[in-house]
Design a protein. Structure first.
Length: 617
């Protein structure tokens, strides 16, 4: 079978497995891993030439290391909190110690082989976890950012592990360990200095030339030059690809490199996982099923337990702690790479490589299911249990009620909650859709996941004892239902209401609500104010113009309401947003034409009422 036909079949199978994994809402790297397993010698065995398979694996792994290096920007690494540095380091060392003892006891390995196996198993999957967090839309959460920071620390520790494996093997280039590590440190330091003072001016010159294809040429040139340098110095080529990514990540050239390789990013990671899957031998799975299954479960449970204990020790919430531990409870590409290097350097026996790779691969395949079990099944039930317990406690403890009740915990309500919390005002929150029990419990804020349109829910939240109620929901009908109930039954409560639009403001004024804030209104005024500051030579002019507009708009809104309070809520002229906008533009122009340029302002109330009557007539 020709090489071209073999490569074509590999891509065809990948085109079948990757969409299937996406259909099942799994990270795409698992589809590539399954593609490699199907192509492995135990099944289809399409790539039969050992030298072709070896070259394919080396190129794909170096491409993956280059992508990981691009994530290791020095600025990003320096921003990692010391607590996360300590937690990640302790997690790796503790897990490595446990796995080393297990390899030494159950697998009857030498001390060096046990240490390498332990260190490899302690490193988690960077590509899989990043894709999983993005698929679950959890990357921007607090535990998502903590997970990513810990993975960056794992990548840095992986550099030390990969660099130390040849030292353990005692090959010719590492006979003097101190000189070996000194060479690595000197090489890396020299590369950074060369990058800062020699390559940076070159990058800027290339950027000014405007040749987009030069970006690719520079990227390939840097990678190949580093690989040649690493090969000359006797350092692992995978470290050379990783260092190339780090150097380009620390340069002004990084955005251009990332934009160039972004269309091929999935393919670069996919080829590496295909090569991992092709390294697996199906007969080993059939010969050692219990050892592989037991090792997989031990890998997941030990890493989960160690991370859970450490994260909880560093005072993370139980929810964030559990999700963080679930995200890191698997082996990864660093483990696979370290094991393959250890076998090539004859630290680990060749017949043990495939069972170990099966353990890591199964942990990768089971990781999404384990995370889904925690995120979608276990934690929501615990949240409901905690919510019921909190509700019961509130019912028997009236003193738990707060003087402020915030109804609605969306974008608008969250800003209010942050300000109240910052100013240390006691308040409680009610929302029917946002499951914020665990989050607010960290700050001792009572939370009621209930429908505020139900009078019983408001009674449960202690509405009879609150002094201020903030209605921050965006649904007009629900807002009016809540406010009618509060105005009728609790007229002494001060109401602070978010209005969706001008029509909603008029409905609220009908109820006698005084404190009304139109949605997006103040944000638009702030943006306009900043823009006018840039356009005007005198900032006081901008402030006066915004103030004049705000007063005129408030008077116009009041005029619309005062004109015919019995009919404005159903007047079609104001129910159509475009017609209303056209009307407001016209009124703004009339007001501007009748407003003198001086700071003195006319009696705009009578002017706008007269103009409004003329328009409606």
């Amino acid at each position: 079978m020709s090489i071209l036909l073999q490569i074509t079949l590999v891509l065809v199978i990948a085109l079948l497995m990757v969409p299937l994994s996406k259909r099942l809402r799994l990270p795409s790297v698992l589809g590539y891993l399954l593609t490699g397993i199907i192509l492995s010698p135990g099944l289809l065995h399409l790539i039969q030439a050992p030298e072709v398979m070896r070259s394919f694996m080396q190129v794909s792994l170096m491409a993956l290391m280059f992508w990981i290096g691009l994530q290791l920007r020095p600025q990003r690494i320096l921003q990692i909190h010391p607590t996360l540095w300590m937690m990640a380091t302790l997690q790796v060392l503790t897990s490595a110690l446990i796995f080393s003892l297990m390899a030494w006891t159950f697998l009857q390995q030498s001390l060096l082989a046990s240490i390498v196996i332990g260190l490899a198993g302690s490193l988690s999957a960077m590509t899989l976890v990043i894709q999983q967090l993005n698929n679950q839309q959890q990357f921007a959460t607090s535990y998502g950012q903590q997970t990513y920071s810990i993975l960056l620390v794992h990548a840095l520790l992986a550099i030390l592990v990969i660099a130390a494996i040849p030292l353990f093997a005692g090959i010719r280039s590492t006979e003097h360990g101190v000189a070996y590590f000194a060479a690595i440190i000197a090489t890396l330091s020299g590369l950074f200095l060369c990058n800062r003072y020699l390559m940076q001016p070159l990058y800027r010159w290339i950027a000014k030339s405007g040749g987009h294809e030069l970006h690719v040429i520079v990227t390939v040139t840097v990678i190949l030059a580093l690989l040649v340098l690493m090969n000359t110095l006797g350092i692992n080529l995978f470290l050379g690809a990783l260092f190339a990514g780090i150097l380009l990540a620390d340069s002004d050239f990084r955005p251009a490199v990332e934009s160039t390789i972004r269309p091929f990013q999935g393919l670069l990671m996919g080829l590496a996982f295909i090569s991992f899957g092709m390294s697996l031998h199906l007969p080993d799975l059939l010969d050692f099923p219990w050892m592989i299954l037991g090792g997989t479960l031990a890998l997941i449970l030990i890493k989960f337990t160690v991370t859970l204990v450490l994260a909880r020790y560093y005072q993370n919430s139980w929810r964030n702690t559990t999700l963080l531990a679930g995200s890191l409870a698997q082996g990864g590409e660093f483990a696979l790479l370290a094991l393959m290097i250890a076998v090539s350097d004859q630290i680990i026996r060749g017949d043990l490589l495939s069972p170990l790779l099966w353990m890591v691969s199964f942990s990768l395949l089971l990781a999404p299911a384990f995370y889904w079990l925690l995120h979608s099944q276990i934690l929501p039930r615990l949240d409901r249990h905690n919510h019921l317990a909190a509700t019961f406690e509130t019912d028997i403890n009236p003193q738990a009620h707060t003087p402020i009740l915030l109804i609605g915990f969306g974008r608008f309500g969250q800003i209010i909650a942050r300000i109240l919390l910052q100013q240390q005002h006691a308040f409680s929150v009610m929302d029917s859709t946002v499951p914020a029990t665990e989050l607010l419990a960290q700050y001792d804020i009572p939370f009621y996941q209930a429908d505020a349109t139900e009078p019983a829910a408001l009674m449960q939240a202690g509405v009879a004892t609150v002094q201020q109620v903030i209605v921050a929901i965006d649904d007009i009908e629900d807002s009016m239902l809540i406010l009618r109930h509060l105005r009728l039954n609790y007229p002494e409560i001060s109401l602070w209401v978010r209005a969706r639009d001008r029509h909603h403001v008029q409905l609220l004024q009908d109820l006698g609500v005084q404190h009304i804030w139109r949605e997006t209104y103040l944000s638009a005024l702030e943006l306009s104010h900043a823009l006018l500051d840039q356009l005007n030579t005198n900032p006081k002019d901008s402030q006066l113009q915004i103030q004049n507009f705000r007063e005129q708009d408030e008077q116009l809104l009041s005029s619309q309401y005062d004109l015919d309070p019995e009919q404005h809520s159903t007047d079609k002229n104001y129910r159509n947003s475009l017609a209303e906008l056209e009307y407001l533009f016209a009124q703004d122009q009339r007001y501007k034409a009748q407003t003198p340029e001086t700071s003195q302002q006319p009696d705009t109330n009578s002017v706008t009422i007269d103009m409004l009557r003329d328009d409606l007539s």
